[in-house]
Write a protein that binds this ligand. Structure first.
Ligand SMILES: [Zn+2]
Length: 273
């Protein structure tokens, strides 16, 4: 668990395409002052600032989004998970469009770039979130429960209708294991879903280069882990919860949850602290 607020020492950029728009986009990680928080700056809109805060979370279909005065930042969750893994609380992120690059569908490329920026501690401490009692959010058959604890740990239970994918479980006892266990797990999609999304003008950047693609009888490209789907869902959860900007002292247990459940949980936590 990270104890001090943290930024980066030097800047670095990353180019890619958005998974939904299919458009080229560049992000630039820059050092920020202590207590500045995590902030996006839309370079295509005169540097319009969108801070990463629960009040700017927006509803979308399948991904996380931030929105301030109608200006959006889409799919920040894999970068956010990398920031969480490194304990980075204060950073400026310039972006040339609204949707972050998808990279290979995982957090690993962002984690590598951020490590090359040399994370650096401030003297100021991070105050973790402590809950007095267990907290549970439920939406249909999706749920996230937090049991108060002395450290932050995660587990995720995933179930797919596809017998190929089946039931998958994963847990992460320490964020220090994120790089090895979770970071390279890719976003995934079932081939019939991807075709339907493409027909609707979405997932234009979705391919075997940017996601794990699951066919009816077999994987279209090779999984990196036998439970890659559960690992990626845990990655998204870690990224979503870092919108709070500080660690939660709790055992965080999620089952079949997605971004909407994460968002409901974040708003519940905000109301308590
Ligand atoms: Zn994801």
């Amino acid at each position: 668990m990270y104890l001090n607020r943290r930024s980066i020492e030097k800047e670095a950029s990353f180019d890619g395409i958005g998974i939904h728009s299919g458009r080229p986009v560049t992000i630039i990680f820059r050092p920020a002052a202590c207590l500045a928080g995590i902030r996006f700056f839309r370079l295509d809109l005169d540097g319009f600032e969108v801070p990463v805060k629960p009040c700017y979370l927006a509803h979308t279909n399948r991904a996380t989004a931030l929105c301030r005065d109608g200006i959006r930042i889409l799919t920040p969750e894999h970068v956010m998970a990398s920031l969480a893994a490194l304990g980075i609380t204060d950073i400026n992120i310039d972006i040339t469009g609204e949707e972050l690059p998808i990279a290979d569908g995982s957090a690993k490329p962002f984690l590598d770039v951020l490590k090359s920026c040399i994370p650096v501690d401030f003297a100021s401490r991070v105050e973790p979130i402590r809950l007095d009692a267990p907290l549970r959010v439920q939406e249909g058959d999706a749920s996230i429960v937090i049991i108060p604890s002395e450290s932050m740990q995660f587990s995720y239970h995933y179930e797919a209708l596809s017998s190929l994918v089946g039931v998958q479980d994963i847990s992460l006892r320490h964020l220090s294991d994120f790089e090895k266990e979770i970071a390279s797990a890719r976003t995934f999609g079932f081939i019939h879903e991807i075709e339907a999304l493409k027909a609707a003008g979405l997932a234009k950047g979705g391919s075997v280069d940017t996601a794990l693609v699951i066919g009816d009888d077999d994987y279209i490209n090779k999984p990196r882990f036998e439970n890659e789907c559960a690992r990626h869902k845990l990655l998204d959860l870690v990224g979503d919860l870092w919108v709070l900007g500080r660690p939660i002292l709790g055992d965080i247990r999620a089952s079949k949850s997605g971004h909407a459940t994460s968002m409901a949980l974040i708003l519940e936590i905000e109301a308590l602290i």
